[in-house]
Design a protein around this ligand. Structure first.
Ligand SMILES: [Zn+2]
Length: 385
C-alpha cells in the first residue's frame, strides 16, 4: 500500500544522467520537509508527549529542524503543546508536544454491505465520533453520487478540518483508486477516487473491502503484521497482510478466492465452473441450507468450516501466517464455524516446524473495513500507522 497519495504532486525520484555518470537526483526541499514531518508525527503518534529536545534525540533530526517542523504541525492543527517535562534541573522546564487527536477528523465509508452504505468520522487515533448510514437499493447499479451525498452529511457534522476520505469497496481496485470491476455495485472501470475527489475537494483513498478490513485490524486492533482476513458475505474474499503490507498482486486481485474450485462435483457457480468456494460457504448459501434444515445447523456450519479450513491450509503454510480473521454475519461466523476452521487448518498444517494457527472473528466487528479506510488515509497523509 506504499503507493503515491492520490492527487499528490509528482515528486522527485528516479535518476538522471549527467556527464555520462548515473547518479541519484537529490531530494527536493518539499520531500525533505514531508519526510521530517512524518518522522516527528511517528514519534508522537498516537499519544506520546515529548519535548522538542527529546524529539531531536528520538528522531535524529537537528533541534532547529524539530522546532521548525513542530511549529508547522502546530499551525496545521495536528500537534499541540501541553504540560511540562518534569526536571530536577534548575531553569525553565521544557514544554511537551503531542498529537492533537481531536483537531482533525478522518472520514470513511464502507460499501461492502448490501442495502446500506456505512459512514464514519473519526479523530486522528481512529476513535469513531460520528456514524451515519444511508440506505441504497440491495442490488443493481450504485450511483457514486450516493457516496458523495453521505460524505457531505458526515462532513456537515464536524467543525474541524477533514484530513481525507477512505473508501472500502467490494471488487477489484487499482493503486490509483480506480474500481476495475465491482459486479455487486454494477461498476466497471470507474474512476471512483477521482470522482469523489472532484466532488468533495479532499484527498480520497479507495481500496478493496477485505484489504481495507485486514489493514484496519492491523492498525486499530493490534493485529500482527502477518495475517489473513476472510470476508464471508454475498461472496467470499480475502485480504492478505504480509510484513505489514497488504498484498495486491500483479492485477490487484490477490485474495479473490471465492471462485477457486474446491469441490469438482459441487454446485454450479455463476462463473460457469462447479464447486467454487462461494457455492459452498457464501452467507446466502449457508443461510438457505440452515433454513431448510434448522436441526442440523451445527453440522452444516461445521462442514462449511472444514471446507474453508481445507482451502486455507496451503496459503497458511505457504506464508507462515498464524493469525486468521474471519468476518461475516454473527449467525454464521460463531464458535462452531470458527472452531471447525481452526481445527481443520491445524490438523492439516501443524507440525514441529509450524506453530498453531489462531482463527477468530474480527476484533473491530463491523467497523473493520471503514477503519481500514481511516488507516489508509492516515498512513498516506501523515506517515503514521
Ligand atoms: Zn465460481
Amino acid at each position: 500500500m506504499e503507493d503515491e497519495p492520490l492527487n499528490s504532486q509528482v515528486e522527485s525520484g528516479g535518476s538522471s544522467r549527467r556527464g555520462g555518470r548515473r547518479r541519484l537526483r537529490s531530494a527536493l526541499p518539499s520531500d525533505i520537509r514531508r519526510r521530517n514531518r512524518q518522522t516527528v508525527l511517528r514519534a508522537l503518534y498516537p499519544d506520546k508527549w515529548h519535548s522538542r529536545a527529546d524529539l531531536a534525540k528520538i528522531t535524529g533530526l537537528s533541534k532547529v529542524s524539530v522546532s521548525d517542523v513542530v511549529a508547522g504541525l502546530i499551525q496545521d492543527g495536528l500537534v499541540v503543546e501541553g504540560g511540562y517535562k518534569s526536571s530536577s534541573r534548575p531553569g525553565k522546564p521544557a514544554v511537551l508536544v503531542g498529537i492533537k487527536a481531536d483537531g482533525t477528523n478522518v472520514m470513511a465509508v464502507d460499501l461492502s454491505e448490501a442495502g446500506v452504505i456505512r459512514g464514519i468520522l473519526t479523530d486522528l487515533t481512529g476513535k469513531v465520533l460520528v456514524r451515519q448510514d444511508m440506505e441504497i437499493p440491495r442490488a443493481g447499479y450504485l450511483d457514486p453520487q450516493a457516496v458523495v451525498t453521505l460524505c457531505k452529511r458526515l462532513s456537515g457534522q464536524t467543525r474541524v478540518p477533514i484530513l481525507g476520505l477512505g473508501v472500502a469497496t467490494p471488487g477489484t481496485v487499482d493503486r490509483y483508486g480506480r474500481v476495475i470491476a465491482a459486479p455487486n455495485l454494477g461498476w466497471t472501470d470507474l474512476d471512483l477516487a477521482e470522482q469523489l475527489h472532484r466532488a468533495l475537494r479532499m484527498v480520497v483513498r479507495v481500496s478493496n473491502d477485505a484489504d481495507s478490513a485486514v489493514f484496519g485490524e492491523r492498525c486499530f486492533a493490534t493485529g500482527p503484521d502477518n495475517m489473513i482476513l476472510v470476508a464471508i458475505a454475498k461472496g467470499v474474499g480475502a485480504g492478505v497482510l504480509i510484513d505489514d503490507h497488504v498484498v495486491q498482486g500483479s492485477a490487484y486481485v490477490a485474495g479473490e478466492i471465492g471462485h477457486v474450485v474446491v469441490d469438482e462435483n459441487g454446485p454450479d457457480c455463476v462463473c460457469g465452473k462447479r464447486g467454487c468456494l462461494e457455492t459452498l460457504i457464501a452467507a446466502p448459501v449457508l443461510e438457505a441450507r440452515i433454513a431448510d434444515d434448522p436441526n442440523r445447523r451445527d453440522d452444516l456450519l461445521t462442514q462449511a468450516g472444514e471446507v474453508l479450513g481445507t482451502a486455507l491450509s496451503l496459503p497458511v503454510a505457504l506464508t507462515n501466517i498464524t493469525d486468521v480473521t474471519i468476518s461475516g454475519p454473527e449467525r454464521i461466523v460463531g464458535r462452531v464455524f470458527l472452531n471447525a476452521v481452526e481445527n481443520t487448518i491445524n490438523d492439516r498444517v501443524h507440525s514441529r516446524f509450524i506453530e498453531r494457527v489462531d482463527v477468530h472473528t474480527t476484533r473491530l466487528g463491523g467497523d473493520a473495513a471503514a477503519l481500514g479506510g481511516v488507516a489508509n488515509v492516515l498512513r498516506h497523509e501523515l506517515g503514521v500507522l
